[in-house]
Design a protein around this ligand. Structure first.
Ligand SMILES: [Zn+2]
Length: 390
């Protein structure tokens, strides 16, 4: 028995009653067939509707050989009249995306002659692939034209031309299709072969936002969103921008400039700090001139500064320089000498003090998990380790 496709008759239908015509157990539940349904089965890039049938959750809907199977989590009695209730918010989201996608694809086709070669509806954006290059700078004018189609609130014309009419209908399609062909037309913007469910009028799309157009397989991959999805993403990004604007005390329309300025200031500060550090390191190193092996603790050094200070001390002390920075339980170390091999010493030190390290024979760097007292005790051990006494 044929199943009436109520979703094609009325795209706004969210509740209906129908009779159960078949119920078979499947892998993940029961597959129910009805004599009529408003549940759209997955197809044409559009996900299946979900909801309930006779109070039982419908988790997926598929079509095969003209039959529509509703995957339900419990069986329903054949012959029973059941009420179907769609998760209509999700369905409406998908109609907004799909109809918006047609308008954008139609505009691109009429402007450049490109075809839509792939269409994926995610959970918050859709991606469309085109077989030609769309320069990113064209997005604003494309987006403006697409939204104009929304504002004009044009009723969609969805029809199936007769076998005689069909050869005279010009429509977008991936490949030549045999009759019958369902045509979805946004008058003035697009005519396309499509099996999806669409909004009744373009005004229902609400908003079309194009996010990006990047080169993809010789063509273009475009990211966009419509309606509620678009509003949500714009709200999120606006909220982030509001926070940035507050953090920078900048106008919300001038946050980019404020961020660039801040970066420049940071770079200038880093440059100054490096210069000042070098002066301090050089003064410290002078204090150790001719001191032999040196153990030195210095607060708040990053890896680069740690190396620079160890190197500066090794230059003047005439022995090995060990510099440590950090706090009890988490010290960074750098050992440098102008002659000799520090690897055995480092190995014993990391084994004794719970850490790890490595590097060139005369240039060892790593971390220790010990406290300052333990480290000092190790370094000051009378007789030293591996010929090195500090
Ligand atoms: Zn379509």
């Amino acid at each position: 028995m044929e199943c009436r496709t109520l979703y094609y008759e009325d795209c706004h239908l969210s509740r209906f009653t129908a009779r159960v015509t078949a119920c078979q157990q499947a892998q993940k539940g029961w597959e129910i067939q009805l004599d009529a349904t408003a549940f759209y089965p997955e197809g044409g890039g559009q996900a299946a509707d979900t909801g309930t049938l006779g109070g039982v959750p419908v988790t997926h809907v598929r079509e095969k050989d003209g039959k529509i199977y509703h995957l339900c989590s419990a069986p329903l009695e054949v012959g029973a009249q059941v009420e179907g209730i769609l998760d209509y918010a999700g369905r409406f989201d998908r109609m907004q995306q799909h109809s918006g996608e047609h308008i954008v694809s139609g505009l691109i086709h009429s402007r450049w002659g490109y075809h839509n070669t792939g269409f994926h509806m995610g959970s918050d954006v859709i991606t469309i692939d085109f077989d030609g290059v769309i320069p990113a700078q064209e997005l604003p004018s494309l987006e403006a034209a697409a939204n104009e189609a929304v504002w004009r609130n044009i009723p969609l014309k969805i029809w199936t031309p007769s076998e005689q009419e069909l050869p005279n209908v010009r429509y977008r399609t991936k490949r030549a299709l045999p009759w019958p062909v369902r045509i979805v037309e946004v008058p003035g913007y697009d005519t396309c072969a499509c099996c999806g469910v669409h909004v009744a009028s373009t005004g229902e799309i609400g908003l079309i936002k194009l996010f990006s157009a990047i080169p993809f397989r010789g063509g273009t991959r475009m990211e966009m969103a419509c309606g509620r999805w678009a509003l949500e993403i714009l709200n999120q990004t606006y909220d982030q921008n509001r926070q940035v604007s507050q953090a920078f005390s900048a106008k919300i329309t001038e946050t980019g400039e404020a961020a660039r300025k801040m970066n420049d200031q940071l770079a200038a500060l880093k440059y100054r700090i490096t210069g000042l550090e070098r002066q301090i390191f050089s003064a410290i190193a002078q204090g150790y001139a001719g001191a032999g092996n040196v153990l030195h603790f210095q607060e708040g050094l990053d890896n680069t500064a740690l190396r620079e200070l160890a190197d500066a001390i090794a230059e003047t002390c005439g022995g090995a320089a060990a510099v440590l920075t950090g706090e009890d339980g988490a010290y960074g170390f750098c050992l440098v000498t102008r002659q000799g091999d520090l690897r055995d010493f480092t190995k014993e030190m990391t084994a004794a003090l719970g850490g790890r390290g490595g590097g060139k024979p005369n240039y060892q760097q790593g971390r220790l998990a010990a406290a300052r007292q333990q480290i000092e005790a190790f370094f000051h051990t009378p007789g030293g380790h591996h010929g090195l006494e500090f």
